[in-house]
Ligand binder design. Structure first.
Ligand code: NAD
Length: 351
C-alpha cells in the first residue's frame, strides 16, 4: 500500500480531501497530519476514522525534528499539503503565526521530502495547495487570474501563502523535487469554520445575531463547492505535470452583499420566516484593512489539460451547505463555544 501524507486533514478542505482519498483510493494508506488548532476538528472525519487505510497523526509542521522523524519512519509516496493558518482577519492581528505555519512549516515539509526521496525523486510527488489570493486583486470586469499572472499578495495571509508557493517552486527548480501547485478560489460547504463569510452568516442567522457585512459589501469572490475542489486535487495529484501550476475556480462570482441577501432568502424559507425578515439582521461594519476588491480565476488550463470542471451549480451547493449546518447544530455549537466567543467579540464589538 502506498502511504500518502495529507497535512491539515482535520480542517475544512483537508477533511474533504482525506475523505475522498480514503474512500476512492483503497490502495493508499492515508496519514492525516494535523496540529488540531482552533480550525482542526476530528468530528469532521467521524465517518471514516475507523477505515483500515486511515491513520491520524497529531503534530505540528513547524516542528522540523518531528517532521523529519515522521518521514524517516514512513516511506511516503506522496504529500498533499493543506495545513495552514487560513483566515485573513487573523493574519492582520497576528502575522507571525502565518509566517511560522505557512512558510516555515512548508519549508520543513519540503526539506524532509527532499531528504527522504533523494534516491528516487521520480516516483514521488509533493502537492502544495494554495490560494488565488496570491495574485492580488482585480478591478476590471472580464479580467481573470491565470497561472502566469504576477504575484501581488496584499494581506499577511496571502503574503505567507505566496512565499510558500515560491519555496515549493524553488525546490523544484533547485533540487528537482517533483512538485505540483494549485491556486483555488473561495471554497464553501460542510465543515467550514464559522469565521468565514458563508458559515458565519448561516450561524448568525440561526442565532438571530447581526450579520456583519464589511464596507458596503461590494467585494467580489468566486465560490467553489469544497467537494469539487477535493476532486480537482485528486485529479491534479494523479495527472498533473511536475513543476506545473493549476488554477481552480468555479466561474461563479458574487458580490458579498448579493451572496448574503441570497442566503437570507434561503434561510427565510428554511426557518419558516416571513420573506425579507432575515435580511433585517444585516449590519454594515468597518471594512477589513486592505480588503481586496475582486478575485476571479480562469481555470481553463485545468479543464483543457486534465478535464476537470466544477460539477455543482451554486444554488444546489448553497442549499446543501445550509441544510448541513441546520442538521449539524451540535457541530456548530461545539466550534462556537469557548475561544470563538472571545475572537468574535474582539472582531466585531467595536464595529
Ligand atoms: P482550515 O483553517 O479550515 O484548516 C487548516 C488545518 O490546518 C486545520 O485542521 C489546522 O488544525 C491545521 N494546521 C494549522 N496549523 C498547523 C500546523 N502548524 N501544523 C499542522 N497542522 C496545522 O483551512 P482550509 O480553509 O481548509 O484551507 C486548507 C488549505 O487550502 C490552506 O492551505 C489554504 O491556504 C488553502 N485554500 C483555502 C481556500 C478556502 O476557501 N478556504 C481556498 C484556496 C486555498
Amino acid at each position: 500500500m502506498k502511504k500518502i501524507l495529507i497535512t491539515g486533514g482535520a480542517g475544512f478542505i483537508g477533511s474533504h480531501v482525506v475523505r475522498r482519498f480514503v474512500t476512492s483510493h483503497p490502495d493508499y494508506h492515508i496519514y492525516n497530519l494535523d496540529a488540531l488548532t482552533y480550525a482542526g476538528n476530528l468530528e469532521n472525519l467521524r465517518d471514516i476514522e475507523n477505515a483500515p487505510n486511515y491513520t491520524f497523526v497529531k503534530g505540528d509542521i513547524v516542528d522540523a525534528d518531528f517532521i523529519e522523524k515522521l518521514f524517516s519512519e514512513n516511506d511516503f509516496h506522496g504529500v498533499v499539503h493543506l495545513a495552514a493558518e487560513s483566515h485573513v482577519d487573523r493574519s492582520i492581528s497576528d502575522p507571525m503565526s502565518f509566517v511560522m505555519t505557512n512558510v516555515v512549516g512548508t519549508v520543513n515539509l519540503l526539506n524532509s521530502a527532499k531528504k527522504a526521496w533523494k534516491d528516487d525523486l521520480a516516483s514521488h510527488r509533493f502537492y502544495h495547495v494554495s490560494t488565488d489570493e496570491v495574485y492580488g486583486e482585480l478591478h476590471d470586469p472580464g479580467t481573470f487570474f491565470t497561472e502566469t499572472t504576477s504575484y501581488d499578495p496584499r494581506s499577511p495571509y496571502s503574503a505567507s501563502k505566496a512565499s510558500s508557493d515560491h519555496f515549493v517552486r524553488a525546490y523544484h527548480n533547485t533540487y528537482k523535487l517533483p512538485v505540483v501547485i494549485s491556486n483555488c478560489s473561495n471554497n464553501y460547504g460542510p465543515n467550514h469554520f464559522p469565521e468565514k463569510l458563508i458559515p458565519l452568516m448561516i450561524h448568525n442567522i440561526i442565532q438571530k445575531r447581526p450579520l456583519p457585512v464589511y464596507g458596503k459589501g461590494e467585494n467580489i469572490r468566486d465560490w467553489l463547492f469544497v467537494e469539487d475542489h477535493a476532486r480537482a486535487i485528486d485529479v491534479i495529484f494523479h495527472d498533473g505535470v511536475n513543476g506545473e501550476t493549476y488554477n481552480i475556480g468555479g466561474h461563479n462570482e458574487w458580490k458579498n452583499i448579493d451572496l448574503v441577501l441570497l442566503l437570507c432568502s434561503i434561510m427565510d424559507e428554511k426557518l419558516g420566516r416571513e420573506k425579507g425578515e432575515t435580511e433585517k439582521q444585516i449590519t454594515y461594519v468597518t471594512d477589513r484593512a486592505g480588503h481586496d476588491l475582486r478575485y476571479a480565476i480562469d481555470a481553463t488550463k485545468l479543464s483543457n489539460e486534465l478535464g476537470w470542471k466544477p460539477s455543482l451549480q451554486f444554488a444546489e451547493g448553497l442549499e446543501r451547505t445550509v441544510d448541513w449546518y441546520l442538521q449539524n447544530e451540535e457541530w456548530l455549537d461545539n466550534v462556537t463555544s469557548g475561544s470563538y466567543q472571545k475572537y468574535y467579540t474582539e472582531m466585531y464589538s467595536d464595529r
